[in-house]
Write a protein of this length. Structure first.
Length: 115
């Protein structure tokens, strides 16, 4: 099973991007889907998570600006990002947790916020 993330790119401050992450094969019983990010000099940090029941959690730094959602039929998670700032520049990784496979990570997609 592999996760394919897409949607990253270069955006100006204040702009928006939508990240997507889909599983290459069918994964059953995905407990949670999440997005993490890692900046040039930072540790990987949790950005947002959505459980199978639809409960969402967000890092304080992105609350009110980012929205995570999932499509269970497509084994896909999305991250809608708005009001982006240079501090959001990072490689964004998607993560699925399942009882069968444990933690599964995507390859990362670069988000650069710069004028």
């Amino acid at each position: 099973v592999q996760l394919q993330a897409s949607g990253g790119g270069l955006v100006q401050p204040g702009g928006s991007l939508r990240l997507s992450c889909a599983a290459s094969g069918s994964i059953r019983m995905i407990s949670s889907m999440a997005w993490y990010r890692q900046g040039p000099e930072n540790q990987r940090e949790l950005v947002a998570r959505v459980t199978s029941g639809g409960i969402t959690t967000y890092a304080d730094s992105v609350k009110g600006r980012f929205t995570i959602s999932r499509d269970n039929a497509k084994d896909t998670v999305y991250l809608q990002m708005s009001s982006l700032s240079p501090e959001d520049t990072a490689v964004y990784y998607c993560n699925f947790y399942t009882a069968r496979y444990g933690n599964v990570w995507g390859q990362g997609t670069q988000v650069t916020v710069s004028s």
